[in-house]
Design a protein around this ligand. Structure first.
Ligand code: PLP
Length: 417
């Protein structure tokens, strides 16, 4: 691990992924971007990919659909390669929130007599809200594991909740916690859930494109995630969903739309869902958005997930060590697991002045971090577009801002996204 700025520069020269940085549109004079887990950077190829669909639209008009109609599945298969999923199990559709609803409702429908849903108290709010809404609607019990906010739920805690809840239909967790970056043992949770006959649903929004999840190998039933974080699909990009092949026929989703219908253009009177993964589609897919997702994942596919994950871990390890050395003495506490094996691609730093510090970092054009209430800066270096020296310099810039008296004067104002 680099132990000087010079060594960080050398690590960049030795980095086997270094050429990928040029595939992204990076303003070298701009701030250091460490918010790729909120919105990934645009690949340079995205503009041409979207322009090409605009051109197809102009030239082919409605007959463009002959090609476009297969894109949710074709690009889904490519996302599947990043997640360890064989073809025919991933499609692009709707948003993550809507997909969580579709998949969770489908799972409950497949376990009609079981009374409970198990989730995580500290999961991303949309996950909790969807589960709360479904529990109320379907008259099931929602059991939230009181996980450690830094370490995340342990497989033992999940196991205990499954035993206590005793008639669990669905077990729903995030693979990487949005705040602390805690990495869940997806295979262990799935095994525990399957022992009691529950289905598993994982939100992979902070895992896809950074952690090689291995969905098929872990025997996961259902998963979904967004495409605008590490998958670089752009703001509001269509999300993806995964349903393991043998689970597909067991599940019906709650939105009966014509894109999930067998022989869609026969316009049959009654809903009869198609056999495969496309039964989880609803209505017309967002083709321009899907084209951007396809361009967004191309560099990840070219680099390969094992290499991406290896560099992501090195970047986070460097960030953690430099934060220990430079920021902990300035009142920061590291709000992510200390064990590198239990961390995903980002690090959370807690400090009483975190909000003011994040404002100053942005206003002064130093670093783009992410702030989470009440006191956390989330920093996410991204394997293909962040350099080691940027991690080194970013920590120095955070230290500089924490040393500045202005950090105590910045008044909280404005909207946090
Ligand atoms: C970012 C994120 C989402 C986003 O959901 P949308 O429906 O795309 O707004 C969902 N879940 C998790 C865990 C996230 O981190």
């Amino acid at each position: 691990m680099p132990d000087s700025r010079q060594a960080a520069l050398q690590a960049d020269l030795d980095d086997p992924l270094r050429a990928f940085r040029d595939e992204f549109d990076i303003d070298l004079g701009g701030p250091i971007y460490l918010d790729g887990n909120s919105l990934g950077r645009p690949p340079r190829a995205t503009a041409a990919a979207v322009a090409s669909v605009l051109d197809e639209w102009r030239r082919q008009l409605v007959s463009g659909w002959d090609r476009w109609i297969d894109l949710p599945r074709l690009v889904g298969d490519r996302i599947g390669r990043l997640l360890g999923a064989a073809n025919g199990q991933v499609v692009l559709s709707d948003s993550t929130t809507v997909n969580l609803y579709k998949l969770a409702a489908g799972a409950l429908g497949a376990r009609p007599t079981k009374g409970a849903i198990v989730g995580d108290l500290h999961d991303f709010p949309t996950v909790r809200y969807v589960l709360q809404g479904l529990a109320e609607r379907e008259r099931r019990r929602l059991v939230l594991v009181e996980s450690d906010p830094v370490e995340g739920p342990s497989p033992e805690q999940v196991g205990a909740a499954l035993e206590r809840a005793d008639d669990v239909a669905l077990c729903c967790f995030s693979a990487v916690n949005y705040r602390s970056g805690a990495l869940l043992d997806v295979a262990a949770v799935t095994e525990a859930a399957h022992r009691v006959g529950a289905l598993t649903l994982f939100d992979l929004s902070h895992a896809a494109g950074v952690v090689p999840v291995g969905l098929d190998a872990a025997d996961v039933d259902l998963a979904t995630g967004c495409s605008y974080k590490y998958l670089n699909g752009g703001p509001g990009a269509p999300a993806w969903l995964y349903v393991r092949r043998d689970v597909q026929p067991q599940l019906r989703q709650p939105i009966w739309g014509w894109f999930g219908q067998r022989d869609q253009f026969a316009m049959a009177r009654d809903y009869d869902p198609v056999e495969g993964i496309e039964r989880f589609l609803t209505g017309s897919p967002a083709i321009l958005g899907i084209a951007a997702v396809d361009a967004g994942i191309a560099p990840l596919l070219a680099a390969g997930m094992p290499e991406v994950w290896a560099k992501a871990r090195r970047l986070v390890a460097l960030l953690a060590r430099r934060s220990e050395e430079r920021l902990v003495p300035r009142g920061v506490s590291i709000a992510s697991p200390g064990d590198p094996a239990r961390r995903g691609g980002h690090l959370a730093l807690a400090h009483p002045q975190a909000l003011a510090a994040s404002r100053l970092l942005v206003e002064r054009g130093l670093v783009v971090p992410d702030f989470r209430r009440p006191d956390v800066l989330r920093l996410a270096p991204v394997a293909l577009s962040t350099s080691y020296v940027e991690v080194w310099d970013a920590v120095e810039r955070v230290a500089e801002v924490l040393d500045d008296g202005a950090v105590h004067r910045v008044v909280a104002a404005g909207r946090i996204t």
